[in-house]
Ligand binder design. Structure first.
Ligand SMILES: [Zn+2]
Length: 94
């Protein structure tokens, strides 16, 4: 899988361009990769994910946060790239 090179946080229409430290996924029956975050934006992205779960825009499972260095050696089930495109886009919407 290819991991994004930029943090998924958006301020207005501008994406944060800091390389991500964390990878955020939601575990419902499967694991859905939602986005990535730099050190600074972990809290705002977590908050955004919660809000999106309330509106059912993303799966309403348990949030999992992993260090990106650990993740790159593991295999994530499903098709993370597809989900990431969809969910990252939702993270960027207001
Ligand atoms: Zn960021």
């Amino acid at each position: 899988m290819t991991l994004p090179t930029k943090c998924s946080f958006f301020n207005q229409d501008t994406q944060c361009d800091i390389p991500p430290t964390y990878i955020l996924s939601v575990i419902e029956k499967e694991e859905y990769l939602i986005g990535v975050s730099c050190l600074e934006h972990l809290e705002p992205i977590k908050y955004k994910i919660k809000k999106l779960q309330q509106t059912k825009s993303i799966p309403n499972g348990r949030l999992k946060i992993e260090n990106i260095k650990m993740v790159s050696t593991n295999c994530i089930k499903g098709s993370p790239e597809d989900y990431l495109d969809v969910y990252s886009k939702r993270l960027s919407e207001n």
